[in-house]
Design a protein around this ligand. Structure first.
Ligand code: HEM
Length: 147
């Protein structure tokens, strides 16, 4: 179960990065040309981050590394790598999920294409910044490269 969850969490991370990057580029360039197909990508980003939240929560409760770290929280909080895994990664990623969810609602509510494009750009950029700051890049790539 833990192995499957880790693989799903990795694939979803790529989906979040790809859809977020697409929305930043489209949001910056589409302006009046923003259409339903673009709004559908905003919905996909919200969906991917929500699925990622579920997978992340399940990992937090099933991961042997997290379980060992949680067993001695005093030591964990003094170790930067462990603290990042158990506390900082989940906390900032939850902030990223909230940012995506709020911007998804704002894009939906905006009526002018220019406003939708602007809100999608800001929302996806904030999401990507938070995700990029907390993603374990070595593990994101390592699962595919074997490094
Ligand atoms: C958009 C949000 C998120 C992204 C992009 C993301 C990305 C990642 C990536 C790439 C990994 C390494 C996966 C691998 O080893 O192949 C990871 C590990 C992990 N993530 Fe997330 N994550 C997100 C949200 C969350 C949330 C919300 C939680 C918890 C509530 C969470 C908990 C964890 C845990 C516990 C691990 C380590 C599991 C282990 O080492 O045993 N993640 N995350």
């Amino acid at each position: 179960m833990y192995g499957i969850l880790g693989a799903v969490h990795n694939v979803l991370a790529w989906a979040v990065l790809a859809s977020g990057a697409y929305l930043v580029v489209r949001g910056a360039t589409a302006r009046g040309g923003w259409g339903d197909a673009d709004s559908a990508w905003m919905k996909r980003l919200v969906l991917f981050t929500h699925l990622q939240l579920l997978a992340g929560l399940a990992l937090w409760f099933t991961s042997p590394a997290v379980a060992a770290a949680r067993a001695s929280m005093g030591t964990t909080m003094r170790d930067p790598a462990l603290r990042r895994l158990v506390v900082e990664h989940p906390t900032l990623m939850i902030a990223a999920v909230i940012a995506t969810t709020v911007s998804g609602v704002m894009v939906k509510r905006a009526s002018a294409p220019e406003a939708k494009a602007r809100k999608a750009l800001v929302g996806a950029a904030v999401t990507l910044l938070l995700v990029a700051a907390m993603i374990p890049w070595n593990r994101l790539l390592g699962r595919w490269t074997g490094a």
